[in-house]
Design a protein around this ligand. Sequence first.
Ligand SMILES: [Zn+2]
Length: 163
Amino acid sequence: MNPDLSSTNFQKEEFLQGKQIVSLESSSDQYQADAVVVWCFDDQFGPALAVFLKEKNLSHKDLICIAGGLKTLASPDSEDDRVFVLGQIRASIALHRAPRVYLMVHSDCGKYGGLKAFGGDPNKELEEYRLEAKKATDFLIANLGPSIQIEPVFADFQGVWKL
Ligand SMILES: [Zn+2]
């Protein structure tokens, strides 16, 4: 049965009564983002993200968490996907004036077929990722202009590295 969504006198408090899941005060202040961070959603690299943000002193980041990280900007499954991610980055720049974009790719990423797609050779994997990072960076520079800084990074099971 469809709920009756018509109302002439909708009351937020009444509606939400008894439905609280989390009690938390969030800041309502506007912020400037220190960066846009494009990161793979693979939770194995969640802890690395947390340490990376700390290391780079990114107190406000706009996080775009997608399978494959920078892959969608370098070699997307479809051009629509690439345009969507570009739109997300543009939104962060427009809304939160983010001055730079970090682009992450990681070892043994499922979107690249894992390390086995490179014959189990970490040298081949990283060599390919360097090309992918260059493609993603060139694409963003072409679309965002030179004023936004683009910094690709590589995560593996030992840490996060400049790429
Ligand atoms: Zn991944």
